[in-house]
Design a protein around this ligand. Structure first.
Ligand code: GLY
Length: 341
């Protein structure tokens, strides 16, 4: 087992290579009651059973669970089961489930302990680590939430064998992102025929943990984790969420690399490496030419809703992030041509 420590409002371990059922037993033994929040697929697949100290809340699958109606039902379940201050919530599932579970824990009784057991690759290396919890608002994704770190993040690599190839690839986009912004070794490991997931995941989490520990509330440094995400979020939305988050981020990273070539002298080889590595995982690297206008409109809207700058993260070389503020629409348009099909 590998342990990576993260510092949010408190320090906590991310344990890579655990047996999750043993961990659930251990957590249940230290709290009077635990509420497990997990999608139906997990509850039925692993034949999870309630007991006097272990209760379940079953969520809908996917992004649908991150809304106020589901959260309201979690609160009702907490009330019905008498979940108290010293009790805990365990979120078992993909990123949507751990985001929901963490926010439920942060809001119930002004905050109770919670544990994340991510089952998707994107959840393991991104969503469950770093203390961002929340749900979606009608006006946009992830607009409601809190920074609320878990007590532990517990990663059982056996879940990887249960994932469809498409989800594994989408998760690899976030792993490769950590390579591009901070750790060249990840990019080497990703080219092996026989992938060493334990090392890839551990290294990607280490990148995220280091960044989050220095800038938990995202005053600036944490923004580097959004490499590929500015355009990626707009593409995800424009696709009507048909593209997985990681797939949209994959296209967004090629865009960010092309922007970096133009604005900070990123080498042609480094841009090519983006394309080659992402393609190796069957990730998309281009988007239709006629979508530029709607994407630009989405970028402007997102900026307004979040009261933020239209900021792109780039790199000047592998492992050296840079910030691009207020990039002009004409530059965006020229760079978009390089990723358009
Ligand atoms: N997913 C980016 C972050 O946690 O900051």
């Amino acid at each position: 087992m590998k342990i990576i420590n993260v510092k949010g409002e408190h320090r906590y371990p991310v344990k890579v290579g655990v047996n999750w059922t043993n961990e659930v037993k251990a957590i249940s033994s230290i709290h009077n009651k635990v509420l497990i929040i997990a999608p139906k697929s997990i509850v039925s697949k692993y034949k999870l059973k309630e007991s006097s100290g272990v209760k379940f809340f079953t969520t809908p699958e996917g992004e649908n669970q991150k809304n106020i109606n589901v959260l309201d039902k979690v609160w009702s379940k907490c009330a019905a089961e008498g979940i108290a201050r010293a009790d805990a919530i365990i979120g078992i599932g993909g990123g949507a489930t751990t985001d929901l579970a963490g926010f439920a824990a942060s809001s119930w009784l002004r905050g109770i302990s919670w544990y994340a057991i991510p089952t998707s690759l994107a959840g393991m290396v991104d969503a469950a680590v770093g203390g961002k919890t929340g749900i979606n608002a009608r006006s946009g994704k992830n607009l409601i939430g809190s920074f609320y770190s878990p007590t532990e993040v517990l990663i059982d690599l056996a879940f990887l064998n249960t994932l469809p190839k498409r989800d594994l690839s989408a998760g690899m986009a976030e792993v490769l992102k950590c390579g591009f912004i901070a750790d060249y070794k990840i990019l080497n490991l990703a080219q092996d025929d026989d992938l060493d997931y334990q090392q890839l995941i551990t290294r990607a989490i280490k990148v995220k943990a280091d960044v989050v520990s220095k800038d938990f509330k995202e005053s600036k440094l944490r923004e580097i984790l959004n490499y590929g995400h500015t355009l990626g979020h707009a593409i995800e939305k424009n696709s009507g969420y048909k593209l997985r988050h990681g797939e949209a981020v994959s296209i967004g990273m090629v865009f960010a690399a092309e922007l970096s070539r133009k604005l900070s002298g990123l080498s042609d080889d480094a841009v090519l490496l983006h394309r080659e590595l992402l393609r190796n995982f069957d990730l998309p690297i281009s988007y239709p030419i006629n979508k530029f206008k709607p994407l630009l409109a989405l970028l402007a809207k997102d900026k307004k809703v979040r009261n933020s700058k239209l900021r792109f993260i780039g790199i000047s070389k592998i492992g050296k992030p840079v910030w691009f503020d207020d990039v002009s629409p004409s530059t965006l348009s020229k760079v978009y041509e390089r990723i358009a099909k």
